[in-house]
Design a protein around this ligand. Sequence first.
Ligand code: ADQ
Length: 482
Amino acid sequence: MQQLIRRTLRGRKFIVVSNREPYIHTRRDGRLEALRPASGMALALDPVMQATGGLWVAHGSGDADREVADGRGCLRLPPEKPSYTLKRVWLSKQQEEGYYYGFANSALWPLCHIAYRRPVFRQRDWERYQEVNQLFADAVAEEIGPEPAFVFVQDYHLALLPRLLKERCPRATVALFWHIPWPNPEVFRICPWKTDLLHGLLGSDILGFHIRYHCNNFIDTVDRELEARPDREMTAIVYRGETTKIRSFPISVDFEAIDREAGRRAVRLRMQELRDQLGLQSQLVGVGIDRADYTKGIPERLRALDRFLDLYPDYHGRFAFVQVAVPSRLHVEEYRRLNEEVDALVEEINWKHGAGAWKPIVYINRHLDPVHLYALYRLARFCLVSSLHDGMNLVAKEFVAARGDDGGVLLLSQFTGAARELREAIVINPYAIDCLAEQIAQALAMDEREMRTRMRRLRETVRERNVYKWAADIIRKLGKLP
Ligand code: ADQ
């Protein structure tokens, strides 16, 4: 990876820009801590940045972030093995409210995910979104100036940045990766600022999505909304004389690292502790691990478990499902409602089916350290990913990477990008509750040989298509540009 980067960069700077930072500094009981956010994008890019060095520009969101950064907002990371620089961009409360909670997460997020939540478009949010994209452009331009550089922009928070950068730093080569789905033109057309967004995105030399389907949706959207020439053969768009290549790059996880860490003694010890603490001694265990988000289909999953327990009383007392949901975006009303709904469902299902000390659902609503996560993956007879819509879904790939014992069944929503690659999973439709209940029973009853054969194949896929391949493919494409 390092060699590839050096060869491709030919002395040029490599800069990653994202809203979320890879480490958040905070004070807990007076002690300084560096937390890893539960964000698929930040977790995926950290190993890549460790391999490449370079600079990462992101919003400084932790309450102790300023304490550890220098006058330019910079510090070296990761804390235990500094190998790259993080430059923090400071935002006011109002900017964060309008840009992050407002336009990014109340308008673009529901617009791009078909989860039947109505986007909210507020003029004020849009203004903040523009303002913050401009701030990010300032921070990057300050670092590269007129020099040639590679800038790799992440996600829907920064859709205007590629164009702003091209105006400020004409010698920069810019790629943007869109981590969430791109909807079809019928859905996208309701956005009041759709042409500004497309104009901003088409400042990129390369625009990446997880799967081909999202690329096609994007090309169709541009075809409908802008005076631009889509070149379907080349999967590119020519707009005002400039070409943007549209490509799919399925993101993944650091397979080798997860495989190694999940096989350690500390994880085995934690598995035993968890069995004791959660009262899971001789039980079959299912797990679900998510950011608490309405796109992840957590209520649908709980309803299917309820149905399964109705249909298969033999499993009462012999089965438990551990649902981990780390709260996120709590300033958005829809997310608070989701947490209430999940709390109520867990309570209701445990009351309805529970007996004596046995409860079918164990609910953990906090952030877990990697040892804890891997211990849960390793304990599980099955992992249930029931997203209503998901760009990729890294939990599915982490589960596979953590199963060095070749055990465990993956139940995976057909509406995730991951379902295109992980063919040996049991493919589910989270809206079809009765069918999903039967598939849970199928996962629990699957014979050992079939389970192991499926898992071995899944592991081959994730081992080969790991996060370094994702990054290398993008960097190689950047290197081929004139
Ligand atoms: P996310 O929607 O954040 O990512 P996902 O890909 O599932 O979703 O990644 C979540 C990450 O958070 C995983 O690495 C998981 O281990 C971690 N996590 C979840 N709950 C946790 C907990 N309680 N404690 C600790 N860690 C936890 C967006 C898109 C996805 C896309 C990614 C990457 O929505 O579709 O896969 O970006 O492109």
